[in-house]
Design a protein around this ligand. Structure first.
Ligand code: 5AD
Ligand code: SF4
Length: 452
């Protein structure tokens, strides 16, 4: 590569899931390693990277709009280049490849989800040739973990254990874009976890489209429970994972919530719908009863486990009765958090050709009703914490007030509280301190640091 990135600046815009956020940390790590400096805005950046998502239409259209609107932003003073270089990676890069540069001619580089490591070379050849560089690989996923990462927090790390998905839920584009599920060997995962622990990382979040089926491709059967054991053995303080398919959540994994010291009492278990008819049309391959059975088993192990979920409102053909099945399920489970989505038609998926005649306003009204319930339930779940003393991993200070600490409880609730007298926020960041919960709001708790 004859091009040097010394003295250049870059910024990354990330859309979508934690896997993309993690990939962005790797991209940042690579560019910094080559001498480019991270900056906060497009205006200050010589290189702009978009890490994109195509799970729903909104993120898809936004990318095209944002790239189009960048044409008129002048190059920063002091830039070594005559133009700003724009790269698009992530799921839209993977899905659209060459098509992107046809529609957005001022785009310089397109890369996919399997070839993050190619980005510097692609940028260099775009700079040298004053043309486009596009490289999208079909599968053959390399794990980006071999690349350096510029992690957002020194004390937290994401650790991908699988990429891709074999489930083909009928609404979802992910399996078409990210390809078949591929697992990383257990030894590689354990080795990376040990390195993080040695480096002082307190919390690891295991990542995959469906971590529960980890290992099926390598070992002939899922071995996610063995991954959890390996992480606990590595000595990590807090362990979390996302995301889980209910049909693959095993008794072995449920049991570990009770036996592994590090596994936090919080689980994201996307249900998508509470109606058996809709679940079938979604190709989710479990029933409402099975799902509720899992919740019962989890609560038998950890009675106050914090549960969160994803729900799609307005799937093709969803009736009021189907919706009410979902509504009642949310009421019954009492989630601490629910990510609610309005169904978005994705070309190429089976659901895109299903009859869909529910009026937009009806779907919006159902969505609003569900959001009201979700907020009420989240508030109730937080109220139950009043008076409790919880260990909080301090992440920094509140965005609105630097004298207020902000951190996460084991159940992943945000906890705020004043910096105690004689201490500074800086010295507490990345440490775990006990806090008594004095106040509960819908989306956060407030407390006071207490002596150990
Ligand atoms: N429309 C709306 N929501 C979707 N999701 C996935 N595909 C779609 C779609 N076509 C939601 C699911 C999934 C979450 C990450 O995004 O709820 O769990
Ligand atoms: Fe999409 Fe279903 Fe795979 Fe999740 S499990 S990524 S919703 S196909």
């Amino acid at each position: 590569m004859g091009v040097s990135f010394e003295g250049t600046t870059f910024c990354i815009h990330t859309f979508g899931c934690q896997m993309n956020k993690h990939d962005s940390e790797r991209v940042a790590g690579m560019l910094e390693g080559l001498g480019s400096l991270p900056v906060g805005t497009i205006e200050e950046a010589d290189i702009v990277v978009f890490m994109t998502c195509c799970v729903r239409e909104a993120a898809d259209t936004r990318l095209y709009g944002q790239v189009a609107s960048m044409k008129n932003i002048p190059v920063r003073d002091g830039s070594p280049y005559e133009k700003r270089y724009i790269a698009v990676g992530g799921c839209i890069g993977q899905r659209d490849g060459e098509k992107l540069v046809k529609q957005l001619p001022h785009l310089d580089v397109v890369f996919g989800t399997h070839n993050l490591a190619s980005l510097p070379g692609l940028l260099a050849s775009a700079i040298e040739s004053a043309g486009h560089s596009v490289e999208v690989l079909e599968g053959g996923a390399e794990f980006s973990t071999a690349l350096p990462a510029d992690r957002e927090h020194a004390w937290a790390a994401w650790l991908p254990i699988t990429v891709g998905c074999n489930n083909f839920c009928s609404y979802c584009i992910v399996p078409y874009v990210r390809g078949r599920e591929k697992s990383r060997p257990l030894e590689d995962i354990a080795e990376e976890a040990r390195r993080y622990v040695e480096a002082g990382v307190k919390e690891i979040t295991l990542l995959g489209q469906n971590v529960n089926s980890y290992g099926r491709d390598l070992y002939g059967e899922p071995r996610f429970d063995a991954v959890l054991d390996a992480l606990d053995d590595a000595g990590i303080e807090r362990l979390r994972f996302a995301t889980s398919h209910p049909k693959d959540l095993t008794d072995g994994v449920i049991e570990r919530f009770g036996t592994l010291r590090s596994l936090m009492p919080a689980l994201h278990l996307p249900v998508q719908s509470g109606s058996d008819r809709v679940l079938k049309a979604m190709n989710r391959r479990y029933t409402r009863k099975h799902y509720l059975g899992l919740i019962e088993k989890l609560r038998a192990v950890v009675p106050d486990i914090a549960l969160s979920t994803d729900i799609i409102v307005g799937f093709p053909g969803e009736t009021e009765e189907d919706f009410m099945d979902t509504y009642r399920l949310v009421e019954e489970v009492g989630y601490s958090q629910v990510f609610t989505f309005i169904y978005s038609k994705r070309e190429g998926t089976p659901a895109a050709s299903m009859e869909d005649d529910t009026p937009r306003e009806v779907i919006q009204e159902r969505f609003d009703r569900l959001v009201d319930l979700v907020q009420r339930k989240a508030f109730e779940a937080n109220q139950a914490e009043l008076g409790a003393i919880v260990p909080v991993l301090i992440e920094g200070t509140s965005k609105r007030d630097e004298a207020v600490l902000a951190g996460k409880s084991p159940k992943n609730q945000t906890v705020h509280g004043p910096v105690p007298a004689g201490r500074t926020a800086d010295e507490l960041v990345g440490t775990i301190v006990p806090m008594r919960i004095d106040e509960a709001r819908t989306w956060y708790l407030s407390g006071t640091v207490v002596d150990d």
